[in-house]
Design a protein around this ligand. Structure first.
Ligand SMILES: Cc1ncc(COP(=O)(O)O)c(C=O)c1O
Length: 415
């Protein structure tokens, strides 16, 4: 097998087609994926876990792994997820019976949208949100998308309630007339964590007006302070059944593994399990999910996740240190307590697209402009997102310094 030009093999990671950033000389600070050095270990650990699992299948004469799997996924995989995440969330455990295994959070979102939401319904999103979730939602062209203001402590619940009251209707075709899609912990792109008060209000609103909240919880355990991971929104919902947590191993084991899970309340899980989409093929990835169970049983997953988390933390702290010292005072930002992303707001007159052009031209630095994350692009024209996940600490430090140099010059010139 030819491994020539591995860089080209990674081109699809770089959301920069129109900027042609595929040149090796460009330091891409836009990539929201683990870098190659963090995935290096995967060959070894997956080799061990695969041998472990296949030996078991052979010895027991099972071939379970190669059969259509149970719709909610292998019980050993669900148990492994429940045990591991319960140990991190401490007082709000994850239950194996609440889980459906997916091929990642992207598929989780698509599955929920196509199964539970009225095709003529409403999708509330944060005014800036994960850009590819936005692309996914927009593909459902009969849905109405309504962006809601985002404050420093989370979504603007007053505005959300007002719009919910205006728009609500009784769905005749699906379980929910509307869904609010969000990322309450280490939000993409802003890095914020929704406060407990906002989380509680969101759950109350969802119950009162019976809409669904789908939480992308892919960064939850990447907390870089001594505090325990924040309570996920799912655990605020005491029985009403309006919250789904959408989890994934993409950021903590490896995106190519394509294993994630939906954590569902009892009233919703059977609806998803009855859908033809999952019934026809059984578990979406029975084979890989089975291997993953061995990865946990052998404690290889836990060690790998811990290593990734330590590397991300170091990358985040070093990058933030450079920004703290060098970012012009007219720019606003808050050091994230976890996750991948640093969101920077330039003075209102500044255009992040023009800054990007200059960064590419002068310092060969790429980042994602704020408008990429907004349904109404103009609201985030003066914002941008840096990601700490892909490059080494050294490259990030150097890149952040070069970025700040251009930014200082850009803002002086722009006045
Ligand atoms: C908020 C959010 N959700 C989902 C994903 C993708 O998750 P997955 O690879 O599990 O589909 C990303 C990746 O950037 C993300 O930032």
């Amino acid at each position: 097998m030819s491994m020539a030009n591995t860089e080209r093999n990674l081109k699809h990671l770089f959301d920069g087609t129109e900027w042609n950033v595929y040149d090796d000389s460009v330091l891409n600070l836009g990539v929201g994926a683990p870098g190659p050095d963090l995935l290096e270990n995967c060959c070894d650990i997956f080799d061990k876990a695969t041998s472990h699992r296949l030996k078991y299948e052979k010895e027991k004469n099972l071939s379970y792994l190669f059969q259509y799997g149970a719709t909610s996924g292998p019980v050993e995989t669900r148990n492994a997820i429940a045990t591991y995440f319960s140990s991190l969330y401490v007082d709000n455990p994850v239950k194996s019976e609440d889980l459906i295994i997916t091929t990642g959070a992207t598929q989780g979102l698509h599955f929920v949208l196509s199964t539970l939401i009225d095709f003529n319904g409403i999708i509330f999103i944060d005014e800036v949100t994960y850009m590819i979730a936005l692309d996914t939602i927009k593909q459902f062209t009969t849905l109405t998308v309504i962006p809601i203001k985002l404050n420093k402590d989370g979504v603007d619940v007053k505005q959300l309630e007002q719009v919910v009251q205006e728009k609500r209707f009784q769905s005749k075709t699906k379980t929910f007339w509307a869904m609010y899609y969000t990322i309450p912990i280490y939000h993409n792109p802003t890095g914020i964590v929704f406060s407990e008060a906002i989380c509680q209000t969101l759950v109350d609103l969802a119950k009162k007006y019976d809409f669904l909240i789908l939480c992308d919880d892919v960064y939850n355990i990447l907390n870089y302070t001594s505090k325990l991971p924040s309570k996920r929104l799912f655990s605020y919902d005491k029985g009403a059944g309006n919250i789904i947590s959408n989890g994934s191993f993409a950021k903590i084991i490896g995106p190519g593994v394509r294993v994630g899970w939906l954590e569902l309340p009892p009233r919703l899980k059977p609806i998803l399990e009855k859908s033809g989409y999952i019934n026809s093929g059984g578990c979406f990835n029975n084979y890989t999910a089975g291997i993953l169970a061995s990865l946990f049983e052998m404690k290889l997953a836990q060690t790998h996740i811990e290593k990734m988390k330590c590397a991300y933390k170091e990358r985040m702290l070093h990058t933030c240190k450079v920004l703290e010292l060098n970012l012009p005072s007219s720019c606003e930002w808050t050091q994230p307590q976890g996750g991948y992303f640093i969101w920077i707001t330039l003075p209102s007159y500044a255009d992040a697209n023009k800054l990007l052009k200059l960064c590419l031209q002068d310092e060969h630095i790429f980042f994602l402009v704020g408008s990429r994350f907004a349904y109404n692009p103009a609201i985030a024209n003066n914002c941008l997102r840096l990601s700490i996940s892909f490059h080494s600490k050294e490259k990030l430090v150097e890149g952040a310094k070069r970025f700040c140099t251009v930014l200082k010059y850009f803002l002086k010139e722009g006045k």
